[in-house]
Design a protein around this ligand. Structure first.
Ligand SMILES: NC(=O)c1ccc[n+]([C@@H]2O[C@H](COP(=O)([O-])OP(=O)(O)OC[C@H]3O[C@@H](n4cnc5c(N)ncnc54)[C@H](OP(=O)(O)O)[C@@H]3O)[C@@H](O)[C@H]2O)c1
Length: 242
């Protein structure tokens, strides 16, 4: 898919990977809708980019997610790409997890993505196609013994679910020319580690394999352009497969 001129809705666009993705896609000529809860940050970003609207949204609010999609459609009259990037982590062993904290990250990392997908699919079908990219995590590709030290197993479980929804959706929607893909970032330098729902990360901050948000944004662009089912960051690919 050639990105110039395409209407792209990005969630979690106020910070980190989503913010870098908004900047990169704007540079490539996309027309953007930017979602997150921080309305002021979104308005500021939208004012800096050539063609962008802010659609402040709490992704845990199902009606708000549907409104986000409707507002984007109303403004641009189409939605070519949905990037489900908003997400939150949790870093405690299973036994210690606060159930509300888990419910809250599951709601954001999985359920809100399903709601956004369901809202956007009929629009994409009517216009003849589209692309949905879901931002997962390298943690969902780790062997279970690695969770003992990092305590990110429950967070990973939300991304397992996200991977499954994406890859199953890819099969279900292929006939409608709607393509779905997963991007797997590894450890990335963002606010993610300071806004966990519970626990403290044992992430290897300062490790040589920390990616920048900008380099992950390049991989998200690659996922859209190639319509690949799965895209890994280079560092993650090295860590997992070599
Ligand atoms: N950083 C990493 O090492 C890493 C690694 C693998 C995967 N990931 C994934 O990458 C994605 C982006 O994370 P990031 O690293 O860029 O973290 P980040 O800097 O903390 O950004 C998270 C984004 O999600 C938004 N968000 C959080 N709760 C929300 C809600 N209820 N409704 C709407 N938006 C919400 C935040 O905006 P507001 O606070 O303004 O709502 C923010 O824009 C996440 O899905 C994460 O799981 C990150």
């Amino acid at each position: 898919m050639e990105i110039a001129g395409k209407v792209v809705l990005i969630t979690g666009a106020s910070s980190g990977i989503g913010l870098a993705t908004a900047r990169l896609f704007a540079q490539k000529g996309a027309r953007l809708a930017l979602a997150a809860r921080s309305a002021e940050k979104l308005a500021q970003l939208a004012s800096e980019l050539p063609e962008a609207i802010a659609v402040p949204t709490d992704m845990r609010d199902e009606a708000a997610v549907r409104r986000m999609v409707a507002q984007t459609q109303e403004h641009y009259q189409r939605i070519d790409v949905l990037i489900n990037n908003a997400g939150q982590g949790l870093a405690v062993p299973i036994e210690q997890a606060n159930i509300e904290a888990y419910r809250s990250i599951f709601e954001l990392n999985v359920v809100s993505v399903l709601v956004a997908m369901q809202a956007v699919i009929p629009i994409m079908r009517t216009q003849g196609g589209g692309m949905i990219v879901n931002i997962s995590s390298g943690t969902s590709k780790l062997p279970p013994e690695r969770y003992k030290t990092s305590a990110v197993g429950l967070y990973a479980s939300t991304k397992y679910a996200l991977n499954a929804i994406t890859l199953i959706g890819r099969e279900e929607l292929a006939a409608d020319n709607i393509s779905l893909g997963v991007v797997y970032p590894g450890v990335t330098a963002t606010d993610f580690y300071t806004s966990l729902a519970q626990g403290r990360p044992s992430a290897p901050a300062g490790s040589t394999s920390v990616d920048s948000a900008e380099s992950v944004a390049e991989k998200i662009l690659e996922a859209v352009e190639t319509q690949a089912a799965e895209v890994y960051t280079d560092n993650l690919k090295k860590a997992l497969f070599s």
